[in-house]
Write a protein of this length. Structure first.
Length: 348
């Protein structure tokens, strides 16, 4: 396992030279730093990783969702976790059980509201937590179009290349959100098209590099326009395609409604809530209900129910009075019918 990872480095099979140039290698070679870290006993690595993890969990960008928040996506999650155990953690037992290496690249496709970003963040969180058992801090990083494209001609491709190079230098789970902005078909005749072409070329180069090199990285690509992505890109990720629309079933929506009712203390049957939302959504021209629609409907209703409390908050504070406000008991099915009309335009 280790030989496959570091055998291409000149210092690996030259211990005397490695010792002489150790300070310089530590400064300029991320492969050497990783090798040095992996030489430590597992228990020592775990203690060091846990200490760093406590600080990382306090970051504002740390994924605040976990496996227990995921409903009906266990099969898809396990598919990504197997890849992490194989490529990032290099677990010997998992490697023996996988005669064909699992994909390093997963295209997560689904319609708007199917939970692509949510699912990807759960994957990042779970892989981060599992990595601690191996004494490894797994870097979680995300990229959106606005992080790449700039007004400066030629700069976008450079920024994208730098992003990948930094991510490849350590164990990472990379999320590319709204991938259709990078990978869609376009006309190369305009200046904008030429810039897009350069960005797409860098993507292809980095995807190929990830597949060929022994990096401890996996790539999650989220898109709601799978069919518009160029065939060249799709071929590179087809092995790891995860279709969230296919796995969105009624039982999943019912479980989400049940959890939301429990969270807010709402005494309504989840079945009736889902039926009400489905009927109302069809009435306004939408064909299907998504997990995000269910969550947003609850958010709309709870915000509306809490508004009187919020408006009277200052006066109650001045009077130093406390008042119990039972929101859940005031929610009725008509609230869900009204909320369904606002689902596609709702923002937090």
């Amino acid at each position: 396992m280790e030989e496959n990872e570091f055998s291409d480095e000149w210092w690996y099979k030259r211990p005397k030279l490695r010792k002489i140039f150790s300070p310089l290698l530590y400064l300029f070679s991320w492969q050497y730093r990783l090798w040095r870290f992996l030489q430590k006993p597992v228990e020592e690595r775990r203690k060091e990783a846990e200490k760093r993890a406590r600080k990382i969990r306090k970051r504002i960008d740390f994924p605040n969702v976990s496996r227990k928040d995921l409903v009906g996506r266990e099969k898809e999650l396990n598919k990504v976790l197997v890849s992490a155990y194989y490529h990032i953690f290099r677990d010997p037992e998992v490697r023996k059980a996988c005669p064909i290496p699992p994909s390093k690249i997963f295209i997560i496709k689904g319609s708007s509201g199917s939970g692509k970003t949510f699912f990807a963040e759960v994957c990042q969180r779970e892989i981060f937590e599992e990595g601690l058992k191996y004494g490894i801090i797994v870097n979680y990083t995300s990229l959106k179009p606005e992080d790449v494209y700039t007004m400066w001609y030629g700069r976008s491709a450079q920024q994208l290349s730098s992003f990948f190079q930094e991510a490849f230098q350590r164990p990472s789970v990379i999320l590319i959100d709204e991938f259709q902005a990078f990978g869609s078909r376009f006309s190369p005749t305009s200046e904008v098209g030429m810039e897009e072409k350069r960005v797409q070329t860098v993507f292809l180069e980095k995807i190929d590099e990830l597949q060929k090199k022994n990096y401890r990285c996996i790539l999650l690509i989220a898109t709601n326009e799978y069919e518009t992505i160029t065939e060249t890109l799709r071929r590179r990720g087809i092995v790891g395609t995860i279709d969230l629309d296919v796995s969105t079933k009624r039982n999943m929506l019912l479980e989400i409604a049940r959890r939301q009712c429990k969270k807010y203390g709402i005494n309504l049957e989840p079945v009736k809530i889902i039926e009400t939302l489905e009927d109302a959504v069809r009435a306004v021209g939408n064909t299907r209900l998504t997990p995000a629609d269910v969550v947003n409907a609850f958010n709309i209703i709870i915000n509306e129910k809490y508004r009187p409390l919020q408006e009277s908050l200052l006066s109650r504070i001045r009077r130093s009075q406390s008042e119990k406000f039972d929101v859940g008991g005031k929610v009725v099915l008509d609230d869900f019918r009204a909320a369904a009309r606002r689902l596609k335009t709702y923002t937090y």
